[in-house]
Design a protein around this ligand. Structure first.
Ligand code: PMP
Length: 388
């Protein structure tokens, strides 16, 4: 069958390749995918069961159950200090992934330029390209804690720039953009009339008692910001596939028409589970606490490995590690570690090319004991490597 040029242009996912390779080893410790191993609170799981047993299993409105949109609007009012109309400003999607896809689809024409901060979550680059738009990357650096420089964003702006994609806390670095930096980015976006997609899927996984800020709260940003969020990470509900976008009315209207052509609506039992999740918000805090414990365990282990540096992990369940001192590139490190010690992680260049060739990403989505065993194997690997 003759495939479309668009389909042929898709880049095979490097993280998925490593993940598949890791399946060859029965004793592998897999630190590749950002899929929490924890269960959502029981009341959420029961809500999905109840919906199924009671036959609440048909389609909903394309934009999602109004009751769920109302919960999201209430929650967002608390988060951002402004009111949202559940019918005009909220769309429920099949995961944040669909919210991101629909946002890009609703905004981009071929030839439009999109600025993406790097290293980045790979989907943004792929989807932007699939719409015939052109991604430009603003690289962030370890020395700056991987926080983006507003001035460097401004340097990439041309008269074709339509959109800026921010992801704070960041996959893959865990970096959180401080409020004053967001304010400077907002000022630039307004001056150049640029729309911002703010992917906040990790906004509740921020540690040390801190909170993360959103560009949506900056003056003048409401009419030019689309916020992407979802239930996957905060509530450990990846498989339920529910997310949402908050956006101006005209964007929500077209996104709703688009989703009718793709999935019709997010799965109904999952939408009922999501209503329960927001109705009992707070009961899921053990998830963040557990990731904070694991984050501390990762930092403790790293402190004893001189070949690896890390800027700290303020949020998410990822660590982006510099392995240059091992004498290997991130790719050599990842491939050789998997083959010799059966620890799977992803090389940094997968998230932004050569600028990140010295890095690897780990997802600490498993218990501390397993993480400690992974680091024991990594230390052994590095020691053997030194002796070569
Ligand atoms: N945005 C980012 C930055 C992500 O890392 C992910 C998932 N890895 C998503 C969106 C998609 O999440 P969901 O499971 O809600 O589709």
């Amino acid at each position: 069958m003759k495939l479309s040029a668009r389909a042929m242009n898709l880049t095979p996912s490097e993280p998925r390749k490593i993940y598949e390779e890791a399946r060859k080893y029965s004793d592998v410790i897999d630190l590749t995918l950002g899929d929490p191993d924890l269960m959502p609170p029981e009341n959420i799981r029961l809500a999905a069961c109840r919906s199924t047993m009671e036959g609440l299993t048909r389609y909903s409105a394309n934009a999602g159950l109004l009751e769920l949109r109302e919960k999201i609007a209430e929650e967002s009012t608390r988060e951002y200090g402004m009111t949202f109309d559940p019918e005009a400003n909220v769309i429920v999607t099949a995961g944040a992934m669909e919210a991101a896809y629909l946002s890009l689809w609703s905004l981009l024409d071929p030839g439009d330029e999109v600025i993406i901060t790097a290293p980045f979550w790979i989907n943004y680059k792929e989807v932007v390209q699939s719409f015939g738009a052109v991604p430009f990357f603003v690289e962030t650096r370890e020395a700056d804690g991987f926080v983006v420089s507003p001035e460097e964003i401004e340097k990439k702006i041309t008269d074709k720039t339509k959109l800026l994609v921010l992801n704070s806390p960041s996959n893959p670095t865990g970096a959180v953009i401080p409020e004053d930096v967001l304010a400077r980015i907002a000022e630039i976006a307004i001056r150049h009339d640029i729309t911002v997609i703010s992917d906040e899927i990790y906004s509740h996984l921020v540690y040390d008692g801190k909170k993360c800020s959103s560009i949506l709260s900056c003056p003048g940003m409401r009419e030019r910001t689309i916020v992407i969020n979802g239930f996957s990470k905060r509530f450990a509900m990846t498989g339920y596939r529910v997310g949402w976008a908050l956006a101006p009315k005209e964007v929500v209207t077209v996104m709703t028409q688009m989703t009718e052509n793709i999935v019709a609506c997010a799965p109904l039992p999952s939408q009922y589970a999501a209503i329960e999740a927001l109705s009992s918000a707070g009961t899921e805090n053990y998830i963040r606490d557990e990731f904070e414990k694991r984050r501390n365990c990762v930092l403790e282990e790293l402190a004893g490995i001189e070949e690896i540096s890390c800027t700290g992990i303020p949020g998410t369940f990822y660590a982006f590690l510099n392995v240059a001192k091992s004498g290997m590139s991130g790719k050599e490190f990842a491939l050789s570690l998997l083959e010799r010690k059966h620890v799977a992680l992803i090389y940094g260049s997968a998230y932004g090319g050569d600028a990140y060739k010295d890095y690897v990403r780990i997802a600490f989505t498993m218990e501390c004991d397993t993480l400690r065993e992974a680091f024991r194997r990594i230390r052994e690997f590095l020691a053997e490597n030194k002796q070569k």
